[in-house]
Design a protein around this ligand. Structure first.
Ligand code: PAF
Length: 286
């Protein structure tokens, strides 16, 4: 596996991949601290394309002033070993100065789908995500790109950006969401799970369990507001300190729903346990 840390090296390496095999390239963007969820994205990418390019970049633009940018786990050597073991051809691991050279002044903002949920709780977060992902797409120019459904709103933001900007590589329809990978007790895998103490980790399983009960209640015709309020009460009773949001939304637009309609819907939750903010989402009525 080749590792590129500058745009020039990346450009040459991508050009080399384009000439080998059928030249079809998949991009798996990450911030590192890889777990089974990321490796599942890589495995799916390998099924869909000839070459997999992974990126590791802890993007400062998507962290708020009081968030965990400094604490975010960084383990490049270990991550590179894992990616190589999964058959990744090229790892793109730029520094902050390489990604945002002096004078960098552009901000990509996707209105509407970015506004609620994590967008409201983390102002500027999705602008940071959209800005870096547009750069990653232009740097690698992949045929397809894969993202975890765990960050469901992020996936919707990136798809909207690709559609609105008429991106060619990748086209919006080639931005692929991969189902969330869960621990045995149901907790969604996340690089941030490692912040949890053993007690918090045990309590964190209450989140997916409460979500499943809420979904069953909604699918059974129960009152949506009541079911979401019960979810909040259940996770607080289990040891979470607060709930940023617990929401039922249209699965495509993420517009809020007060009742289940005919189209696909999603329950989305963000909740804090100790100093750690966890997010999760699940399909409703699927
Ligand atoms: O999901 C992530 O790891 C990040 O938000 C992403 C998409 C790599 C952009 O920094």
């Amino acid at each position: 596996m080749q590792i590129a840390t500058t745009r020039d090296v990346l450009r040459n390496a991508v050009a080399g991949l384009r000439q080998a095999g059928d030249g079809r390239i998949a991009l798996v963007p990450t911030m590192g601290a890889l777990h089974e969820g990321h490796l599942t994205l890589v495995r799916r990418a390998r099924e869909l394309a000839d070459h997999v390019v992974a990126s590791i970049f802890v993007n400062p633009k998507q962290f708020g002033p009081n968030e965990d940018l400094d604490a975010y786990p960084r383990q490049l050597a270990e991550d590179a070993r894992l990616l190589e073991g999964e058959g990744v051809a090229l790892l793109w691991a730029p520094t902050v100065a390489e990604m945002y050279p002096s004078g960098f002044a552009t901000n990509v903002s996707v209105a509407g789908v970015s506004d609620r949920l994590c967008g409201a709780a983390r102002p500027g977060h999705f602008d940071g995500v959209a800005t870096v992902v547009l750069k990653l797409f232009n740097q690698v120019q992949p045929d397809i790109a894969l993202f975890g459904e765990k960050d469901y709103q992020q996936l919707a933001v990136i798809r909207s950006m690709a559609r609105d900007c008429d991106l060619a590589l990748p086209e919006a329809r080639n931005i692929i969401g991969v189902p969330t990978v869960r621990e045995a007790d149901g907790l969604a895998m996340s690089s941030r799970n490692r912040y949890l103490s053993p007690e918090q980790r045990a309590a964190a399983a209450a989140l997916p369990q409460a979500m499943r009960r809420t979904i069953a209640a909604i699918e059974g015709g129960g009152d949506v507001a009541g079911a979401l309020a019960a979810l909040e009460a259940e996770v607080i009773a289990a040891g979470f300190s607060s709930v940023d949001y617990a929401d039922l939304a249209d699965a495509a637009s993420l517009a809020p729903l007060t009742a289940l309609g005919t189209g696909p819907a999603r329950v989305l939750v963000a909740a804090r346990i100790g100093g750690t903010r966890l997010i999760d989402n699940m399909a409703v009525g699927a």
